[in-house]
Design a protein around this ligand. Sequence first.
Ligand SMILES: Nc1ncnc2c1ncn2[C@@H]1O[C@H](COP(=O)(O)OP(=O)(O)OP(=O)(O)O)[C@@H](O)[C@H]1O
Ligand SMILES: [Mg+2]
Length: 391
Amino acid sequence: MKGSVSKNPAEDMDESLFIEASKEKLSSMVKVKLEHVTKRFGETVAVNDMNLTIKDRELAVVVGPSGCGKTTTIRLIAGLETVDSGKIYFDDEVINNLPIRKRRIAMVFQDYALYPHMTNYDNMAFGLRNLGYSEQEIKHRIHRAASILGIEHLLKRKPKQLSGGQQQRVALGRAIVREPKVFLWDEPLSNLDAKMRVTMRAELKKLQRRLKTTTIHVTHDQLEAMTMADRVVVMHQGSVRQVGTPDQIYDHPADTFVAGFVGTPPINFIRCSLNERKETFVLDAGEFQIELPSKMGKTIVKSVTTSEVLIGIRPEDVKISSGKADNPIPARVDVVEPVGSDNFIHFKVGKGVIVAKTPPDVKIDVGSRANITFDVNKIHVFDGETEKAVF
Ligand SMILES: Nc1ncnc2c1ncn2[C@@H]1O[C@H](COP(=O)(O)OP(=O)(O)OP(=O)(O)O)[C@@H](O)[C@H]1O
Ligand SMILES: [Mg+2]
């Protein structure tokens, strides 16, 4: 039996992870902290001096581009990888050397990792049987989890007889019955079709609220991160770029990477020089100038390392001006993308493009000319060199 399923990543979990762990009295809930954690694979620094605290009971979503170190981070927390340096804590206890089976975590994988030859019930029971639980206790836990997940009627079937979304629920059920201290979910939705993903992300969020178990969910999908998270952890090249609520991440991105990573269509960046003329501050983009309120100008001047800045303006903050406006920017309509609820209008401004998100009833022809404007209060300003937010 084992030979045929040896590639199943859940096997590590089933064989050892919970054997001692789940027999302990359920104390549940834990804060997870990473302190200067580094993990290398040969030349590759997968996780680079990472500092992160996940609060007790929170749903933290780690998001970032492919290869930025998300999976490695949660594998380190699970104990499936060992750190090269730094410390990992569960509450105040350093767990670097705690065997995986004592960490009381439960992982859910992208490919579900269910045993195909077992019924869904047996898949959920497998780990608990290994732990020596009575069949009565196992039945009780499985039925409770199955009822939360709405899969009671599927327990007698095998995984192959289920849809992707249903298989994902079974995989979640298998994690829930173990009553872990921490859930680690590694892209559990990415094999589902777009509609199912939207349904399941709401369900996962509800489930986490109900179970109140500290959860680290990994995704490369910024929208999934923003819609699910209590707090979003944005990773890039092995490090944390910013941790914050979805609103903080969206409204106050710490740098150009974070600003560009969240939001659809993405934020517009424009390189400008910041000029000071007699107490007035002007952003000069070449094609257009924007006069800044003097308080804003003074704050920016104090923080920047060069007079070059990058301004970021979100598409919904780009307005088409009808008549007189401050700082009008002459533009020509290049592309109109109707997406039903909005129109995305690509304006050519000089050699660059600025995208506006407008209500669907805004009709404007390709090739026509218009003035666009930004509300200065909505402009994000980044240092031209460090790309860190300065306003
Ligand atoms: N076992 C390994 N051996 C060698 N390199 C590895 C190993 N695991 C990960 N890496 C490398 O470490 C880096 C981080 O990988 P990781 O799997 O953590 O990224 P990720 O953010 O989960 O990416 P994805 O979104 O594609 O799943 C990558 O450059 C990857 O190639
Ligand atoms: Mg990964």
